[in-house]
Design a protein. Structure first.
Length: 441
């Protein structure tokens, strides 16, 4: 499969290049040259396949022959090695739980799949590549866990000191091995700025080649299609008119759902649910794209004002607005609505939402009020314990802490504290040594 830059369709690269570069040199996002079509008998017999077989069938055409079948099957199996259960919550409302992975948020799937692909592409290189990533919490944790012990890959994570939750910080700073955390005395924006400057720094690139693992990478975007197939398999028999409500920030997850539909999954409608960062709900009303500035909310992994992946959605619909509007609705909810939904759903249905899932739940309820025949699945994208600090008081003590997280609290944090200063970070980057025996073979 070839991928082209959305800035310039004439610029085409292989899957390997798209994964290794992340973004095209002209700063465009990569997009697959063809939309492959799944075999209808595969869809009809979906229930006969394992999660791993479904993942392989869905992704194989997007990878092409660049990763041989046995290796690709193994990458998919390593990615989908935890469950994706569906729970009924209320009338016509089901939660697809995407938080049973190692870092308790759905970004584990994309990060693990990308790590597998990059590990494969780097298999014969003698010089390690460094994945450099800035995080406000979830992404860094998923990347650290996904790339842990991948040979030939070292990971450096920049995070803003005191601005990630206790649990997130433990996830970033306790792995060791090929993972290093730089604790920056500044904001997330400072971290992101430093990372962007480093990518353009020829001296760093020649001594320590860098690559990015951010969410626009095709290897993080496309495997998110798996969720929708796994949900459909669990729902299919009883519910012909199926809609998905996706809590959205950068719009990568929902765009993967739309790609799943484009290659053949029968989905009747998508709901893009956002927090107060409502650029897309406004766009759907006015057809004017006016991003503004991001505002902080309870669902902070979705505090995005200018969602990068929306251009991919426009591309998928051939920039045809009426067609997009027929397939997708978008609603915005403020923190008060979100907290109230978390309390009410726990009280009435005994289901514990996290703030992101709560936005997805609200989006689905709003849609069902307009289309009562539909059955909806909303994506529960993180475990509530990740956002325990900001959960409404009335339900906070009811949040259950999974055993695998308990053990993290006892582990020693290891980070390098640095000012929000590019030269200081650069000096550290050039000197960092990784003591990981796994890397030397
Ligand atoms: C990243 C994230 C989102 C938003 O996903 P996008 O693909 O950026 O729209 C939603 N919920 C959680 C918990 C996240 O970490």
């Amino acid at each position: 499969m070839q991928y082209y830059s959305l800035q310039n369709p004439a610029l085409k690269v292989s899957f390997e290049t798209a994964v290794t570069e992340g973004m095209a040199p002209d700063k465009g996002l990569y997009f697959p040259e063809q939309i492959p079509q799944l075999d209808p008998t595969f869809l009809k017999n979906l229930h006969q396949y394992t999660d791993q077989e479904i993942g392989y069938e869905v992704i194989k055409a997007f990878v092409g022959d660049e990763i041989p079948e046995p290796q690709l099957r193994k990458i998919v199996a390593d990615t989908l090695h935890f469950p994706f259960p569906i729970q009924k919550v209320s009338r016509a409302t089901y939660a697809l739980e995407l938080f049973h992975g190692p870092t308790l948020a759905f970004k584990d799937v994309g990060a693990r799949f990308m790590a597998g692909c990059l590990g494969y592409f780097r298999r014969n290189s003698t010089k390690p590549v460094t994945v450099l990533v800035a995080t406000s919490g979830d992404t860094g944790a998923a990347v650290a866990s996904g790339f842990y012990n991948v040979p030939g890959v070292e990971v450096v994570i920049l995070y803003p000191s005191k601005m990630v939750s206790t649990l997130q910080e433990k996830q970033l700073t306790t792995l060791g091995g090929n993972i290093r955390a730089l604790e920056i005395l500044g904001t997330f924006d400072d971290c992101q700025q430093i990372v962007k400057t480093a990518f353009l720094d020829q001296e760093i690139q020649s001594k320590r080649p860098l690559t990015s693992a951010n969410s626009i990478n095709v290897a993080r975007w496309l495997p998110q299609m798996f969720y929708y197939f796994l949900a459909y398999r669990q729902m299919k028999a009883a519910h012909p008119k199926l809609v998905f409500s996706v809590p959205s920030g950068n719009f990568g997850n929902i765009c993967a759902g739309m790609m799943a539909a484009a290659i053949g999954l029968p989905v009747s409608h998508f709901i893009a649910a956002t927090n107060a960062n409502d650029t897309i709900p406004r766009f759907m009303q006015t057809q004017e794209y006016k991003p503004g500035r991001a505002v902080p909310t309870l669902s902070n992994a979705m505090d995005v004002a200018d969602p990068s992946n929306f251009v991919r959605i426009l591309e998928l619909y051939g920039k045809n607005f009426p067609q997009l509007a027929a397939s997708m609705s978008s609603y915005s909810f403020n923190d008060k609505d979100t907290a109230r939904a978390m309390e009410r759903v726990y009280k009435e249905y005994h289901y514990m939402l996290d703030p992101h899932g709560a936005v997805g739940y609200l989006g689905l309820q709003q849609y069902l009020a307009e289309d009562p025949d539909a059955t909806g699945v909303f994506l529960e994208t993180a475990h509530p314990v990740k956002f325990e600090d900001t959960a409404p008081k009335a339900i906070r003590d009811e949040i259950h802490t999974p055993a695998k997280v308990m053990s993290l609290y006892g582990k020693e944090k290891s980070s390098i504290v640095l000012p929000a200063d590019y030269q200081a970070v650069k000096k550290t980057l050039l000197q960092l040594e990784f003591q990981n025996s796994e890397l030397s073979h």
